[in-house]
Design a binder for this molecule. Structure first.
Ligand code: NAP
Length: 296
């Protein structure tokens, strides 16, 4: 019989991921800070809404968390009425949030003290990947735990990889976030330069897509760039959080990440401008602002 699954964090990503698990036949217990979201989900899917992470853990064998940042996962796992208080021996915690690998390792130790185990399994592919069940999932932890959670990963993801021991998933995700942020920044520079030089932005995207400069950011974020509508998607403040994780890891490992540091500062500036809640593709606005020129 399929294991009972708990799901905590029904936001932009968590809700569609949990919906796909229900559609695949899993029996879910869900929890969210804003209670109405969990109750709405439960009333529409037949899942059970729990009042705390502890209650989720008491009622499930595999517990998935999909929360914004490291302090949120720490609170949900080891805070009052947290997962650790309800975790049964042999249970498996699967954190799919993007958080610090250092925090991941600390939490994994606490989970192991309870006779349970933990995987870090952050994702890429955005809200569309979450809705379509095509996320790329990068998993750190034991191979055995990975195989146990694999049927769930196969429902939520299209590309599922075990990348190494505890924390390795988060390190891989940090690498991913460097490439995505720096690519958005590069495309933004190309668009503003091209448009000011008299070439239509859609032409820039069409032509660059056909050569070595082609990339997925130009495909997936095309409409947002061209229409200047930056509803998320992936909030720029979360991407700022992710580059912070990458820079901290770089410092710890003694690895130079010079351009990541610059884009990190641009993402910080976006928050100061009041654009922290906008999609990360709104990095375009920073280049426009610096250039005092908006693409047509
Ligand atoms: P989000 O929309 O902010 O969703 C987070 C959810 O977690 C919200 O529903 C929030 O509840 C809930 N939550 C926060 N603290 C909680 C707590 N203490 N107890 C219970 N629930 C709590 O964020 P998201 O975009 O889904 O991102 C989730 C994670 O996925 C982040 O780590 C992000 O970096 C990563 N990620 C996101 C994307 C993307 O495109 N969005 C792509 C890849 C990875 P409230 O309703 O109360 O706010």
């Amino acid at each position: 019989m399929a294991e009972k699954v708990g799901f905590i964090g029904l936001g932009i990503m968590g809700r569609p991921m949990a919906e796909n698990l229900v559609k695949a036949g899993y029996d879910l217990v869900v929890h969210n800070r804003t209670r109405e979201k969990a109750e709405d989900f439960a009333s529409k899917t037949g899942a059970q809404a729990a009042k705390s992470p502890k209650e989720v853990a008491q009622n499930s064998e595999i517990i998935i968390t999909m929360l914004p940042d490291s302090p949120d996962v720490e609170q949900v796992v080891s805070g009052e009425d947290g997962v650790l208080e309800g975790l049964g021996e042999g249970s498996l915690l699967v954190d799919m949030s993007t958080i610090s690998p250092v925090v991941t390792e600390e939490l994994a130790r606490k989970v192991e003290e309870k006779g349970a185990s933990m995987l870090d399994a952050p994702v890429s592919g955005g809200d569309v990947g979450a809705q379509q069940g095509t996320l790329s999932i990068m998993v750190g932890g034991s191979k055995e735990d990975f195989e146990r959670a694999r049927p769930l990963f196969d429902v939520m993801g299209g590309t599922v990889n075990h990348v190494g021991p505890t924390g390795a998933g988060q390190v891989t995700k940090a690498a991913n976030q460097i490439v995505v942020a720096l690519t958005i920044e590069a495309v933004s520079e190309a668009l503003v330069l091209g448009a000011k030089g008299g070439v239509a932005p859609e032409k820039i995207l069409d032509v660059l897509s056909g050569g070595l400069a082609g990339n997925k950011v130009m495909e997936v974020k095309r409409e947002k760039f061209l229409s200047h509508t930056f509803d998320p998607g992936f909030r720029s403040e979360l991407h700022h959080k992710d580059l912070g994780i990458a820079l901290a890891a770089g410092r710890e490992y003694g690895i130079a990440l010079p351009v990541t540091a610059i884009v990190d500062q641009m993402l910080l500036a976006m928050q100061k401008k009041g654009w922290g809640g906008e999609d990360h593709s709104a990095l375009l606005r920073v280049i426009e602002d610096l250039s005092q020129y908006e693409i047509g």
